[in-house]
Design a protein around this ligand. Sequence first.
Ligand code: ZN
Length: 368
Amino acid sequence: MDSQRLLATFLDLVQIDSPSGHEAAVAAYCRGALTAAGCVVEIDDSAAITGSDTGNLIAELGGDGAEKVFFSAHMDTVSPGEGIKPVVEQGVIRASGDTILGADDKVGIAAIIEMVRVLQESQLSHPTIGILLSVGEEKNLLGANAMDASGFCGQPCFVLDSENQPGEVVVGAPFHSSFKATFTGKAAHAGVCPEKGVSAIAIAAAAISAMQLGRLDEVTTANIGTISGGSADNVVADSCIVTGEFRSLHEQRLNETGAAISTAIQTAVAGTGASVDVVWEESYPGFLLDEGHPIVQLALKAAKRIGLPAQVAVTGGGSDTNVFSKKGLQAVTLGTGMKGIHGLGESMAIADLETLTRLILQIALDYR
Ligand SMILES: [Zn+2]
């Protein structure tokens, strides 16, 4: 591994703007780097579906034998992520100005590029390396969703996209659903004839009051995210829109939580003269692998072999891993060591960047 080259690649990547939907420049950089390192690179035709200015990047470094193992990261970043100026201080990389750093997920891309360079330069025997760099991960996992992964079914895939430390393997993430409830009441003058009105806001409030929100159990959460309605202080509100989400590691608990929210809404509306229209959406499915699963064991053993405290973890957030699991890949997320993601304090320790790269190299070499 060439630490200077790895750091230079990471610094290059964070200085290429790639807000969700505008990943073309970073995709071009990755295509150049991966092609030079011996990969066959293609950009898929998902742009028409995602609306991004590029498709997902799918690459392959040929190996010996029939085995193939995938590594994945996402190319897009959240806002404010334009004009990022990285600063290195005492071994830690941060952004200098009023932006995020974009370690999420440029750290994953940098590690994958360095791994491929090392494998190509070395005479070591290795499996075929598949690389999936997605667009629009931060926008509801758009790129992974639009990716045709039918040819990758059953293959192992390590997604480098978690704030956990390198050596921690994220084996589970929740099912995620959201809803939008539109309450329709009846408008009336609030001072002259309020009894002629039906307040959609009051009914929405009653519904929300009857809901269990926050952390419902160790692996289940629910939240009301937005509420809007009404037109003026002197009008009984005839409309109110409430949106929210709920998550659980267990599909049954997800369904129970959705049913409870539905009951709260319907009970609040019943007998009031108001009506409600609820739209439910399963945003992404969860996944949960056993610690004994071969892919989990592969990652844990590779971590131990390079001296990391190997352990499994679960997360409350969603990532491309959720989508890849649904599409039939054997996917887990790897801790990267990135810190404070989606905020101005985002940072990445150079030591963690190097450790992550060493880890995926070891995983690639161990996979047989
Ligand atoms: Zn990410």
